[in-house]
Design a protein around this ligand. Structure first.
Ligand code: RRO
Length: 314
């Protein structure tokens, strides 16, 4: 009932983990492999391992999370080596500290036959001294124009996607699409955390995380409407241009209703971040069951019956 496809990759359901929580270590990745997640996606990887930003760097309350992890990861070679142990479709998230690093990691991923997808992260908000590339459209275009010559004839059936920032202005979706359509992109993930938010502990009169004066990426309930709007606007723009790019919704997925709304807005799949951190990989069974109940209630037999079919008030 929840079967889906990104391009030619058939998947048993539309749920998987966001690159971020609980996908950094061997233990994390093996737990995801055993879970109901239909893909295993690694933590964003760099050339060398990184400790990340000083702690405390993650805080969560009922409306959502703030993080300034600072790309802690075990280095791309570790994530490549995990491909031997992961039996589900395995995607690597790539976030090189330089263009050359990203090209190197992407090339190494392309050589590995046990990796089905690459998500290039253009949107990390937490690298001290660096902005979020996907907000600077000319720079993003230049970046992609340097990476894709290495990908074009070497995809070996792998899916190539981009993790994007949350956008706000309506006109920007068309400008981003002008860039996306120049490259053989299979999917986009909308959205990364909303960068440089601030959560305050009013009793202590203090920030809740330490790095960057307390500023960090916001996830969870706070960002669901923004994520849905990004999914919807890209979906409409892709339809208009006849672009075959799948959209992976990410932002505020806590219940089956949230998944349903993302699909209704046009997502092919959804990723779970903040709620995965709270609940662990068991979250995927609960979300799957809740989504199945909604489909049954509404008499839908498949996701494609309602994907993208959001109505507006006339
Ligand atoms: O590690 C992080 O601080 C981080 C990354 Br790479 C990202 O893409 N998004 C985020 O919220 N945190």
């Amino acid at each position: 009932m929840l079967k889906t496809k990104i391009k030619n990759l058939s998947l048993p359901n539309c749920l998987f983990n966001a690159s971020g929580p609980l996908c950094s270590t061997e233990e994390d990745l093996l737990k995801l492999n055993e879970s109901n997640s239909s893909i295993v996606l690694s933590k964003s990887s760099t050339i060398s391992n990184r400790d990340g930003n000083p702690k405390p760097r993650y805080y969560d309350h009922d409306l959502g999370s703030i993080n300034s992890m600072g790309l802690p990861n075990l280095g791309y070679q570790f994530y490549l080596s995990m491909s031997d142990k992961i039996t589900k479709p395995y995607f690597i998230s790539v976030s090189g500290m330089t263009l050359l690093d990203t090209i190197t990691i992407v090339q190494e991923c392309l050589k590995n036959n046990d990796i089905q997808g690459i998500e290039i992260n253009l949107s990390c908000p937490n690298i001290i001294g660096k902005g979020q590339l996907a907000y600077d459209l000319p720079k993003m275009d230049e970046y992609l124009s340097n990476i894709f010559p290495y990908i074009n004839n070497n995809k070996n059936g792998k899916l190539i996607g981009l993790k994007l920032v949350p956008y706000f202005d309506i006109h920007i979706y068309s400008e981003v699409c002008d860039i996306l359509q120049k490259y053989p992109i299979d999917f986009i993930t909308c959205v990364n955390s909303l960068g440089n938010g601030l959560i305050i502990d009013y009793q202590k009169e203090e920030t809740v995380i330490k790095p960057k004066n307390g500023m960090g990426g916001i996830g969870g309930k706070y960002i669901k409407p923004i994520a849905l709007s990004n999914v919807r606007n890209f979906y409409l723009e892709f339809q208009k241009r006849n672009l075959d790019i799948d959209i992976i919704g990410c932002g505020g997925i806590e219940t089956g209703v949230d998944v349903f709304e993302h699909i209704l807005a046009g997502a092919t799949m959804v990723q779970v971040g903040t709620q995965l951190y709270r609940e662990g990989p068991e979250v995927f069974v609960r979300l799957q069951n809740e989504l199945i109940s909604i489909l049954k209630e509404k008499n839908y037999n498949s996701l494609s019956e309602f994907r993208g079919k959001l109505k507006t008030i006339s």
